[in-house]
Unconditional design. Structure first.
Length: 166
């Protein structure tokens, strides 16, 4: 995600940080009422300004957040525009796990044990504009959801590789 959609600053901070072990990022896409349907998103992000800094205010819930038990950032997918059920208008935010309004509600049991897949809530949770991967979800949805009806993911990867290497 960072390589394909991140700004040069995000790539430098997060890719190098993950390699150094200082930045760990969880993945927060799934919502309690919508399961694996990634386009029906109740989590919302609205533009805001806090202390003179542009950013986003996020409200919603996520569950099955992979890797959150060791993460210091969570990739939170939220609707910023568009209609419910549409791939367009969903953005990805790199939310610090210690941000005010970010709360781990419970750790969910998988394989009969509590693991790294919690349910979280975001209440008036702020995210700086520089921590937004705005294009990421639209492109991800186009590749992985809208195109999967007639094509498998491996075919999409092959076509993408063929296009990139022409």
């Amino acid at each position: 995600m960072f390589r394909d959609f991140g700004t040069p600053e995000q790539q430098d901070i997060f890719i190098n940080g993950m390699l150094a072990g200082t930045h760990r990022v969880a993945f927060g896409l799934t919502e309690p009422d919508h399961g694996s349907d990634a386009t029906w998103m109740e989590t919302r992000a609205e533009p805001c300004e806090r202390d003179g800094v542009d950013g986003w205010l996020i409200n919603g819930e996520k569950m099955w957040n992979t890797g959150l038990h060791v993460a210091n950032y969570d990739m939170i997918f939220a609707r910023t525009s568009g209609d419910d059920g549409a791939a367009r208008g969903i953005s990805c935010f790199l939310v610090p796990t210690d941000a005010p309004g970010f709360k781990i509600e419970e750790y969910l049991w998988t394989f009969n044990m509590p693991t790294d897949h919690p349910r979280i809530s975001l209440t008036e949770c702020g995210c700086r504009i520089r921590h937004c991967l705005v294009r990421a979800m639209e492109v991800w949805c186009w590749r992985n959801i809208l195109c999967m009806k007639p094509y498998s993911p491996s075919r999409i990867r092959c076509r993408r590789s063929a296009i990139l290497h022409q």
